[in-house]
Design a protein around this ligand. Structure first.
Ligand SMILES: C[S@@+](CC[C@H](N)C(=O)[O-])C[C@H]1O[C@@H](n2cnc3c(N)ncnc32)[C@H](O)[C@@H]1O
Length: 246
């Protein structure tokens, strides 16, 4: 609780003024967000939750892309939520996008939204801002409905970009308390193994960003043929080895 309060006041401090021009500036460097929205592939009538929803930009784009779905957004910053609420109202989507204040690492949606699981859960550029980010990923996975999908997009390691660019970007991001997570793939791999989910992990834009999908529908399908679990584990492992080699 003490941690939640201090994270909330830090985020409020960072975004108090930034929120007014956040969408204009971030569209140039929070790359891969539209890729994530396109690959949500949210089924008709399904529920979608964004943890760390910021100004509501992704929720609005996603609500337009999936007009039969209901959307939910959580953020720790009341300042960001003020902007999100105004943007959603302006987009005339208040009936399909619902917001609440909460900590992504421990958020329990039942109290705020009256539902406890979602068909899709996603985190866009907030893993790099949450110090206990692994807890946020684990909590997000816990909030998945049976057969659901967790998607993540965030800064990568810029492994195929000039090292000076990487250095400058890291310095710039540090000013906003943003730290790209070097072992994101390994952590997601472990979560996928625990949850019997299939992991897809893709560097985008020469490693500028990482995109990942954890598909738990495999578990539901493999339940019928448990002997195939070994195949899934081998596939996740070989995918990880290929990415590391690449
Ligand atoms: C870089 S912004 C990304 C916003 C949005 N997801 C996007 O893609 O534009 C990171 C957001 O994560 C929120 N955040 C940081 N720590 C959080 C936490 N522990 N729980 C929930 N939200 C958090 C911040 O308040 C901020 O709105």
């Amino acid at each position: 609780m003490a941690n939640e309060k201090s994270s909330a006041s830090l985020m409020d401090k960072i975004y108090k003024n930034q929120r007014h021009f956040y969408d204009l500036t971030r569209k140039h460097y929070l790359l891969g967000r539209d890729h994530l929205i396109k690959h949500l592939s949210a089924p008709r009538g399904s529920t979608v939750l964004e943890l760390g929803c910021g100004t509501g930009r992704n929720l609005i784009e996603a609500a337009r892309a999936y007009p039969t779905c209901q959307f939910f957004g959580v953020d720790i910053s009341s300042q960001m939520l003020k902007t999100a609420e105004a943007n959603i109202h302006k987009a005339d989507l208040s009936h399909r996008i619902h917001l609440a204040q909460g900590d992504a690492t421990s958020f329990d949606p039942f109290e705020k939204f009256g539902i406890d699981t979602f068909d899709r859960v996603f985190l866009s550029y907030c893993v790099s801002m949450i110090p206990p980010w692994e807890d946020a990923l684990r909590n997000g996975t816990k909030l998945l409905a049976k057969g659901g999908q967790l998607s993540v997009v965030d800064f990568g390691q810029q492994e195929r970009l000039p090292s000076l660019f990487k250095l400058m970007l890291e310095k710039w991001l540090g000013k906003f308390h943003v730290l790209p997570r070097e072992n994101l793939q390994d952590v997601l791999h472990d979560i996928a193994q625990d949850q019997r989910a299939k992991l897809r992990f893709l560097p985008l834009y020469r490693g500028y960003a990482y995109y990942a999908e954890l598909d738990s529908s495999f578990y539901t399908r493999f339940m019928e043929k448990p002997e195939q679990m070994d195949l899934l584990e081998a596939e996740n492992e070989s995918h990880r080895e290929i990415r590391k080699a690449g």
